[in-house]
Design a protein around this ligand. Sequence first.
Ligand SMILES: [Zn+2]
Length: 280
Amino acid sequence: MKRNVPAGVENHPAFRGFNTGCCGRLVGHMAWVTVFVSDPESHWNAASEMRYKESEEKAIRFLMDSGGTAAGLHIKERAHYRVSLPFQEKRSEYKHTVSEAVLKMGYLSFEDMRASLRQTFFGVEHVAVFFVFNKKDRSFASVSNGHKSILSTRRSYVATDEFGVIYAGSRVYLPFVICHELLHLYGAMDYYYPDTVKREAEKHFLHSIMLDFGGVIHVDEFTKFLVGWNDDLTPDAIDFLKKTIVTRRSVSLDSITIHKPLKRRTVLEIAGKGDQHVDH
Ligand SMILES: [Zn+2]
């Protein structure tokens, strides 16, 4: 079904990657894949993996109870993998980290990994992947925001690579953190910054999982629209969009140059930070 964006708000940055991400709509048959990544300074073991899986199960229950089940989401497969890096992971170099993790798992690239997993899990329509670390830092989601086929400096990383990176060292709110990042992978936007967005979100979407994790958290109606659980915007959401349309930073594509053709796509290179990563 087609989702309608009313005239006047269709250029809102919230719709930058609308319907274009690898993950698409958060409905139908999905595989949920977690990669436990150890590095020389932070290790996973059976006990810590088990604790993480418990948080993941809570995240899934919350997701399904908050609208997933009603929207026809079915988490058909869950899988957990382990990989160890020979170097210490740094958040600012996550592309390097993910590239190495994927190569160590035996895939050529993240895209190759996702494609292989889709074949492995017969009947699955989309695969959400999390790389998780047993240390403290700010979790985030790497999302393409609709800019397809943008190659970063590392060849095995492409900006259509959409995945969550979870730092599980701080276990406070961990199930909500996991769920928040998953929603980003399917198009949800943050409500906690900048201040204009936060102020309006507090009026319209108080206690949304995209705003903060305190109180009685829920998935608000606009997030449901963005992830494909609703087909129409509520008047409340339209009001929010009108009041925040010029406040969000937009991505500059000034410096795009065609880099070189690959077999299956034209590869673009963006100088600086072309693709986005979304802080939780
Ligand atoms: Zn976020």
